[in-house]
Design a protein around this ligand. Structure first.
Ligand code: AKB
Length: 318
C-alpha cells in the first residue's frame, strides 16, 4: 500500500486529489500537506492525517516524509500564471526551489514524485494547433519558465539519481469544488458560477482565444493513473501532454446557454491574462500519453457543462 504526501492539499487540485487518494489507498495512508494560513477544513481535515509541509522549507518537508514513511509525493505547490507575473521571484522560489527540495528528499528516502506541468510551459514559438509532445518551448511567462525548468529538473533526478519522477501538462482545470486562484484559464470556472447564480458574466478573455481545458475528474484520474502506470512502457516522463477539450469563450458560453437560456455574457478583457492566453497553444496532441500509459479522457464540453451546472446548483441549494 502506498504512503502518500500531498503538498498543497488545500488548493484547487489538492483538495479533491487528497480525498480521492484516501478513497483508493486508505485515509490514514494519505497525508494532507498544507502551509500556514491554508489549513485543511471539513472532510479534508477530519478524514486523515495532516501536516504543515511548506515546499520552501527543506528540513520541514524531510521531517514529514520520514515521520509518515512516505513513498510517493504529489507536489502541487505553485503560483498560477497570472499571479506568478505579479510575483515572479516568489513563483520561482516555490515552483523551482520548492521542487528542488522535494526532489532532494525523494532522492534521499526513495520516493516517487508527481509534479504537474501545464499548457503554460509552451510559448509563442510553439505550433499552436495539436501542439506536439516534443517541440521547441520558449515560454514568456515566469509560470511557464518554472514549468519547463521543473520538467527538466524532474527528468534530471530520474536520469542522474533514479528518482521515479512523473508528470503531466495540465490544461485549464474546471471544477465545482475549490476555486482556482490567479490562473489565465480561471474564466472557464467562473462562467459556470455566474450562470448558476443568474449573473451576467464579464469575460476577461477575448472571443476567438482557444485554450485546452479539462474537467477535474479526468485530471485527477490522470494524476493517479500515471503514478500507477507501468514505467517500462514510458518513452517520456516529464511531462506528458494530456487533453480532452479545447474551446474559446463563445463556445463555452453557447454550451451553457443551451441549459440556461437567460444567461448573458459581455467582454471585459484583462490585458495580462489575454497576453498570456495568446502565447499558449490552442490545443495539445496527447497521443504519447495515450500510447505510453493508455490515457483517455471521459468528459467533453457538453458532459462537463451538465455536471458542473447540476453540482453547482446543489452546492448553492438552488
Ligand atoms: C493557469 O491558468 O495558470 C493554469 C494553467 C493552465 O496551468 N490553470
Amino acid at each position: 500500500m502506498k504512503r502518500i504526501l500531498v503538498v498543497g492539499s488545500t488548493g484547487q487540485i489538492g483538495s479533491e486529489l487528497t480525498m480521492k487518494l484516501r478513497g483508493i489507498y486508505g485515509d490514514t495512508n494519505v497525508v494532507a500537506g498544507y502551509i500556514k494560513g491554508a489549513e485543511p477544513k471539513g472532510e479534508l481535515a477530519l478524514s486523515g492525517p495532516a501536516e504543515q509541509a511548506d515546499v520552501t522549507d527543506a528540513l520541514g518537508i524531510a521531517e514529514v516524509v520520514k515521520k509518515h514513511k512516505i513513498d510517493t509525493i504529489y507536489n502541487l505547490a505553485a503560483l498560477l500564471s497570472a499571479v506568478a507575473e505579479q510575483k515572479p521571484q516568489l513563483a520561482w522560489h516555490i515552483g523551482v526551489g520548492g521542487l528542488f527540495n522535494i526532489l532532494e528528499v525523494a532522492r534521499e528516502v526513495g520516493c516517487a514524485v508527481f509534479t504537474p506541468s501545464s499548457i503554460g510551459s509552451f510559448g509563442p514559438d510553439t505550433p499552436k494547433d495539436k501542439t506536439p509532445q516534443d517541440v521547441l518551448r520558449t515560454p514568456r511567462t515566469m509560470y511557464g519558465i518554472t514549468k519547463v525548468s521543473g520538467e527538466l529538473l524532474s527528468d534530471y533526478y530520474y536520469h542522474r539519481f533514479g528518482v521515479d519522477t512523473r508528470s503531466v501538462r495540465f490544461p485549464g482545470l474546471i471544477s465545482y469544488v475549490t476555486l482556482p486562484g490567479g490562473g489565465t484559464t480561471d474564466y472557464a470556472v467562473d462562467i459556470y458560477y455566474s450562470a448558476v447564480k443568474g449573473e451576467r458574466f464579464r469575460c476577461p478573455i477575448a472571443a476567438g482565444t482557444f485554450m485546452d481545458m479539462m474537467y477535474m475528474p479526468d485530471a485527477l484520474r490522470a494524476a493517479i493513473e500515471i503514478m500507477e502506470a507501468d514505467a517500462s512502457r514510458f518513452v517520456h516522463r516529464n511531462s506528458f501532454n494530456i487533453a480532452s477539450m479545447s474551446f474559446d469563450p463563445e463556445i463555452i458560453f453557447a454550451n451553457i446557454k443551451k441549459y440556461v437560456p437567460d444567461f448573458e455574457m459581455e467582454y471585459d478583457i484583462d490585458p495580462l491574462r489575454q497576453q498570456i492566453a495568446e502565447s499558449w497553444p490552442n490545443s495539445l496532441d496527447d497521443s504519447c500519453a495515450r500510447q505510453e500509459w493508455d490515457w483517455k479522457p471521459q468528459y467533453d464540453l457538453d458532459t462537463m457543462t451538465r455536471d458542473m451546472l447540476a453540482r453547482l446548483k446543489e452546492k448553492f441549494g438552488l
